[in-house]
Ligand binder design. Structure first.
Ligand SMILES: Nc1ncnc2c1ncn2[C@@H]1O[C@H](COP(=O)(O)OP(=O)(O)OP(=O)(O)O)[C@@H](O)[C@H]1O
Ligand code: NI
Length: 370
């Protein structure tokens, strides 16, 4: 939520410049391709995705269900199990390559918080027990030191009466308090990067806001970098410094959060933004993008969004768009931004809402006046 402390603005853009190499980012992901081999097909859940996370920043990853957000998160943590595998690409943490089984060198430097806190805590151990176990493994703390640190961690995530609650079992915690406890366990690793995969989706709206606020405070206090995964553009606007938009396994747009919201360059991003309450002309229904995310099973030869895209033109069916620079710190993978593909300008801007269900309803509202 706070501004990126590493100001990349005055770095000269490199020639082909979309890949960061040799930079000092905390996490660098390059060409990540994670596939699942099922009986009938190979699912390319994450397909040639590249991005970086700087120290202390929050990177939001957004996209509809099935776009590859969680598989990206699990890949970073080394949590891809059979039938899944990282087929190619590089994941570097502080410059060290993690793929190829080197996750243990940074185990604990990267920690994850999942959507459902109930699945993340062991019901047969007290909350304190689980925090202390993590402190022992990752920080070598035992005895009184571990007990004190467990209480301090519960306090730091805003659990009242921490000294007593540390002795309680997960079922004695409410949903929101459970997720705070999960975050305390994640922090017991003393991570530099916290990956949050839809951490508030299972919680009600008020609690959700409290957890988002907590993450923001923790980030400032502990100088944490956060990768925040959500399908909710509203949550992205509140939490992220930078945003990656994913669609069918690919990263279709990436930009600082304000720029993405002010000047989205991919029609898919425009569709996601149009579905935020309050951003579109008032109508009974929010516009949604018709259709759903296809499951990618082959290397792309076209734009995977073409058949849902209100701005698609003929080349979109036969050419795969690669990410291109559309601003100093902004990329989009869309042929609208490749001059070589001469598209019909009439199919451009005014049609941005065409094919977006519900947009017509909003316009039709004017009819009530007669
Ligand atoms: N264990 C698995 N076996 C086979 N396919 C998988 C497995 N895990 C994920 N996939 C597939 O990978 C693709 C991406 O899934 P992923 O869970 O990353 O999506 P997501 O963006 O996190 O969606 P959601 O918002 O629903 O959590 C989907 O097509 C999914 O079916
Ligand atoms: Ni997911």
């Amino acid at each position: 939520m706070r501004p990126n402390p590493v100001d990349g603005a005055d770095e000269p853009p490199t020639g082909d410049g979309l890949r960061t190499d040799g930079g000092d980012a905390l996490l660098e992901v390059e060409g990540l391709t994670t596939v699942f081999h099922t009986d009938k097909e190979t699912i390319r859940a994450v397909d040639d995705v590249s991005f970086a996370v700087e120290e202390g920043e929050t990177l939001g990853i957004v996209g509809e269900s099935g776009s590859g957000k969680s598989v990206t998160a699990r890949s970073i943590l080394g949590l891809i199990d059979s039938p899944g595998t990282i087929e190619s690409g590089s994941i570097r943490f502080r410059g060290n390559e993690l793929t190829g089984g080197n996750w243990d060198t940074h185990r604990g430097d990267v920690s994850i918080v999942f959507q459902d806190p109930s699945n993340s805590l062991n019901p047969v151990y007290t909350v304190g027990n689980q925090i202390r176990e993590t402190l022992r493994i990752h920080q070598g703390l035992t005895g009184a030191a571990a007990r004190e640190e467990a209480v301090r961690l519960l306090e730091s995530v805003g659990i009242p009466d921490a000294r007593r609650r540390v002795t309680e079992y997960p079922h004695q915690f409410s949903g929101g308090m459970k997720q705070r406890a999960v975050i305390a366990v994640a922090l017991a690793c003393d991570p530099d990067l916290l990956v949050c995969d839809e951490p508030t989706t299972a919680l009600d709206v008020t609690i959700q806001a409290q957890i988002l606020e907590l993450l923001d405070e923790l980030q400032e206090e502990e100088d944490l970098a956060i990768v925040f995964i959500t399908h909710d553009m509203g949550v992205i606007e509140e939490t992220a410094d930078r945003v990656n938009v994913m669609y069918a396994g690919e990263m279709v747009e990436s930009a600082p959060v304000e720029e993405l919201f002010d000047s989205p360059q991919h029609p898919y991003t425009r569709g996601l933004l149009a579905s935020i309450p309050g951003r579109t002309v008032s109508g009974d229904r929010l516009p949604t993008i018709g259709g759903e995310v296809p499951t990618p099973t082959t290397e792309p030869t076209d734009c995977r969004f073409a058949d849902r895209c209100p701005e698609a033109f003929d080349a979109c069916e036969r050419v795969h768009p690669e990410p291109v620079r559309v601003g100093p710190d902004h990329t989009a993978a869309c042929l609208l931004h490749e001059e070589a593909y001469d598209h019909d300008p009439d199919a451009g801007a005014p049609g941005a809402e065409r094919g977006v269900d519900g947009a017509d309803d909003a316009v039709a509202d004017g009819g009530d006046r007669e």
